[in-house]
Design a protein around this ligand. Structure first.
Ligand code: KIV
Length: 258
């Protein structure tokens, strides 16, 4: 399948019983393992900055870094849809957004993702007109963490919920094939999922019952495998303890050479 067919295949999963599965990856072996396990989408997220490169947030990530890691991931993937995340300051105008999208696609991404709602519509239309599918990202926007003074749950007020719903509808109208919803209250994620014809892929949008509120789910791989123990978001569920395994293996290795 070419990238447009792959993106359309994700869109066609809207409302289906089996949720769309998505994880981040930043390197060849992880990407290959996720692909071989049958994941639908691999996002080379700009969370790279935090969980791989040791920055405090995603605002330090550059296009060069994203290009480098997108290429590594793409080399490991045969089937999954590879999403290249457009880093902060790389899509300030439609022309710059298109140049960034082309850079990530040339590095091996099938499609690109960018953060924001209504204000991104002209950039999204420009990228799509060039034949590159785009996935939106709304709700909590990590690239705005410094402006907003932290990672805050979105949709707690009527006004904020309406603005995010309007933004999600604008992303759909602009031609996005899916939208990532991050850290919204579950009721908002549910109502956006019901209103949109394109799939929503949630992170941190479930309620206490852990019931699905979106058409799919995305997680940061280090949270899932427990390899970055220094910061774990409250909504994350670790399904392995890779940090602990590394520690044991290294202790055993040190002991073995003494
Ligand atoms: O960069 C990233 O990992 C993301 C996910 C949180 C969706 O954008």
């Amino acid at each position: 399948m070419n990238p447009i067919e792959k993106a359309n295949a994700i869109t066609s999963r809207k409302g289906q019983e089996k949720p769309i599965s998505a994880l981040t990856a930043y390197d060849y072996p992880t990407a290959r393992l996720l692909d071989e396990a049958g994941i639908d989408i691999i996002l080379v997220g700009d969370s790279l900055g935090m969980v791989v490169l040791g920055f405090p947030d995603t605002t330090h990530v550059t296009l060069d870094m994203m290009e480098h890691h997108t290429a590594a991931v793409a080399r490991g993937v045969k089937n999954a849809l590879v999403v290249g995340d457009m880093p902060i300051h790389s899509y300030q105008t439609p022309d710059q957004a298109l140049a960034t999208a082309r850079t990530l696609v040339n590095a091996g991404a099938d499609v690109v993702k960018l953060e924001g709602g209504i204000r991104q519509v002209d950039k999204i239309r420009t990228i799509i007109a060039d034949g590159i599918p785009v996935i939106g990202h709304h709700g909590m926007l990590p690239q705005r963490v410094l402006k907003e003074g932290g990672y805050k749950k979105k949709g707690k007020t009527e006004a904020e919920s309406c603005a995010i719903l309007e933004g999600a509808l604008a992303l759909q109208d602009a031609g996005c094939f899916a939208v990532v919803l991050e850290s919204t209250v579950p009721e908002l994620a549910e109502s956006i999922t019901a209103r949109l014809d394109i799939p929503t892929i949630g992170i941190g949008c479930k309620g206490p019952s852990n019931q699905q509120t979106c058409d799919g789910e995305i997680a940061v791989i280090t949270d899932v495998i427990g390899s970055y123990p220094w910061f774990i978001p409250p909504f994350a569920t670790a399904r392995a303890n890779v940090a602990g395994d590394i520690n044991h293996a290294v202790l055993e290795y040190i002991a073995s050479i003494q």
